[in-house]
Design a binder for this molecule. Structure first.
Ligand SMILES: [Zn+2]
Length: 340
């Protein structure tokens, strides 16, 4: 795999096609569509094939029994129904690749790119021992733990890498919240529709419940307050951002009323927040179920355009930390300086 620094790295796995029964409501085609639009319209983004996550990596979060059941096809019918996809080898492979894509995006962001992405991912309804809501493995949780392990190898004497998960998919990040419930090194923030799936929510470090029909203004005010609170309580060395497209008014599952502009302002705010603090940010696409699939892809294209802008700031002459006064110039060191 050729890696250059002069592009936003974006990892994909959409060529591992998950076979779904005719009429299945999951818009699988959106991933390939997004990749094709990025290839045609955003030359600053380098599209890279995702590697599959290994059993050892998955086991940072998932139970051996669950990894085994997904791998060999022994998932019980009820467990498959809860996930919402029938088991196939392609389903297992795709799930591993999707985790791998988030891991690679985090690594890229941490190693000097500042911003990097997974063209899928954000499978936040997956728990340690089960999947749910179109989620098999929890990519963001595995990536957070793996980045912490890699960081610990590099910096033996420092504490764990603090990771903030900013989950702005319209559905609550229940699996993620549960996985990190007793882990003070990972801060989970979820902003979601109060009356939307999952109906039994798990407590995150910070949950923001939004009413049905929530508009741009209400949403952006709530986001501002949430980021303020995150600031007061946590100083991340890595942000993983779930940029769900499903709060959009054209989404058939979302129940909120955000416009294209509102969602773009949301993405900009999160990326700006990370940039202001010089914290690397990896983003994943999470949900999007537009009545017209193009609506979902359009929201995601805006996210990528915004990301290109912030990535350019990381690469520019003012890119901070590249020349931090007391550090060696490496992002890890920058974080250590910032976090004390
Ligand atoms: Zn969602």
């Amino acid at each position: 795999m050729t890696f250059t620094t002069s592009f936003v790295h974006a990892f994909y796995a959409d060529h591992f096609v998950l076979p779904l029964p005719a009429g299945h409501r999951f818009p699988m085609a959106k991933y390939a569509r997004l990749r094709s639009r990025i290839a045609g319209e955003l030359p600053q983004v380098q599209l890279l094939e995702a590697l599959a996550a290994s059993n050892g990596e998955l086991a940072l979060v998932h139970t051996p029994a669950y990894i085994e059941a997904v791998s060999n096809g022994s998932l019980a019918p009820a467990a498959q129904r809860e996930i919402g996809f029938p088991w196939s080898e392609a389903m297992a492979e795709r799930a591993r690749r999707s985790v791998g894509a988030t891991v690679q995006a985090c690594r890229s962001a941490m190693r000097g790119q500042g911003v990097a992405a997974n063209l899928a991912g954000g499978t936040h309804h997956a728990y340690a021992d089960k999947g749910g809501g179109f989620c098999v493995f929890n990519d963001v949780a595995v990536a957070a733990r793996l980045m912490q392990a890699e960081h610990a190898r590099l910096h033996r004497r420092s504490g764990p890498l603090p990771v903030a998960i900013v989950d702005l998919d319209v559905h609550q990040g229940n699996g993620t919240a549960r996985i990190f419930a007793n882990d003070p090194s990972v801060f989970t923030l979820s902003m979601h529709g109060a009356r939307n799936f999952p109906f039994r929510k798990e407590p995150s470090d910070l949950d923001v419940d939004l009413p049905d029909g929530c508009d741009d203004t209400t949403y952006l005010e709530a986001l501002e307050q949430a980021l303020d609170e995150l600031d007061r309580r946590f100083a991340p060395g890595l942000v993983i951002y779930l940029a769900g497209a499903d709060p959009h008014e054209g989404d058939r599952l979302g129940r909120l009323k955000l416009s294209f502009d509102g969602l773009e302002a949301r993405d900009r705010r999160v990326m700006d927040w990370a940039w202001q603090r010089r914290v690397p940010l990896a983003f994943v696409m999470a949900g999007g179920y537009g009545t017209d699939m193009e609506t979902t892809v359009q929201v995601q294209m805006h996210t990528y355009r915004t990301a290109v802008e912030y990535w350019q700031r990381w690469q520019g002459p003012a890119a901070p930390g590249m020349r931090a006064s007391s550090g060696t110039g490496h992002l890890h060191d920058r974080w250590q300086n910032a976090a004390g």
